[in-house]
Ligand binder design. Structure first.
Ligand code: AMP
Length: 304
């Protein structure tokens, strides 16, 4: 079933405790689309970049067979840029600098052929754009959003309107805390689900895995035990890509399918963090993902 995403396409600079990657391909939309494309093709993308967007980044998205008909290179505008820094053992990150550039402008028009999209992912971008994008998709069966501290603190009202219009939200534990002031991620996720009458909330807890608070039950998965963590950037977006890519390809939105979808998201994101930016995903195959998924199934097996 057709899957469409909007969000940021960024030029990232990433500082880890030992290395720096300058001006690499990033953005919520890019990571999402790359990850989802392992399970569902083509992923439709609506996003804008500035005239400074490197041609090599377009080639990279092309390699994932992302449908770029909805991508606009806007002359006179600048691409969104983000600089982040990781501390200690990569568990903590701060945003050093963010320049919204084209993200502060209007979204490009939705290609007419995308209007029949059934699965919709609103990757991180401003909630007003997420909402206007959603409203152009009358045939949506599953609309899921992600959000971030910047939008929770600066555009809370718009975000709350969006939450009332979607089926599910994926966010991390620090964001669920910011939204509810509840530190227990299970209670926070449940509160968000109930407050906005969502079908489900997924709370990601970094190396501690993820929780699914669904109308029909609760599920929890650990992260894939990873020894190589070079750059955690995009782990959240690639988790969402695996999650939505699985649901769109199976055309299922039930609780059991979401539990399965979380496993795909978990495994794909475990590859993302092994190298900087999208480097690892560009060299990944579906067979490698499947193999790790089987290893993951053995790791989490509960015999009772
Ligand atoms: P993640 O590590 O999954 O949270 O995603 C990191 C990506 O999100 C980076 O590639 C950034 O370019 C992008 N990003 C960072 N801040 C924002 C923001 N406020 N809105 C949209 N995208 C963002």
């Amino acid at each position: 079933m057709p899957l469409v995403v909007t969000g940021s396409i960024g030029i990232d600079t990433i500082h880890t405790p030992t290395q720096v990657a300058e001006a690499v391909m990033g953005g919520s939309c890019s990571y999402f689309a790359a990850a989802a494309s392992f399970l569902h093709q083509p992923v439709r993308m609506v996003a804008a970049v500035g005239e400074d967007w490197p041609a090599a980044h377009a080639d990279m998205l092309g390699r994932f067979r992302v449908d770029l008909d909805g991508l606009e290179r806007r002359s006179g505008s600048k691409t969104f840029t983000w600089t982040g820094r990781y501390f200690d053992n990569m568990n903590r990150r701060e945003t050093v600098e963010v320049n919204l550039g084209v993200l502060a402008e209007q979204l490009p028009p939705m290609p007419a052929a995308y209007r029949d999209s059934r699965y919709v992912f609103l990757a991180n971008t401003d909630p007003g754009s997420q909402m206007s994008f959603l409203e152009q998709l009358p045939h949506r069966k599953l609309a899921v959003a992600d959000t971030m501290d910047l939008w929770i603190t600066t555009q809370r009202e718009a975000l709350e309107r969006l939450l009332q219009a979607i089926h599910g939200l994926i966010l991390n534990d620090s964001e669920s805390f910011l939204l509810t002031e509840i530190s227990n991620p299970i209670t926070a996720g449940r509160r968000i689900r109930e407050t906005y009458d969502l079908d489900f909330v997924v709370v990601k807890k970094g190396e501690h895995g993820s929780l699914l608070l669904h109308r029909d039950g609760v599920a929890a998965l650990p992260a894939f035990p990873a020894e190589t963590v070079v750059d955690p950037t995009g782990a959240g977006d690639t988790f969402a890509g695996g999650f939505m890519g699985y649901l769109a390809s199976a055309d299922r939105v039930d609780f059991e399918a979401m539990q399965q979808a979380m496993a795909w998201g978990t495994v794909i994101s475990s590859f993302t963090i092994e190298r900087f930016a999208l480097e690892r995903l560009t060299e990944l195959s579906l067979d490698q993902i499947r193999e790790r998924l089987q290893a993951f199934a053995r790791i989490v097996r509960v015999g009772c």
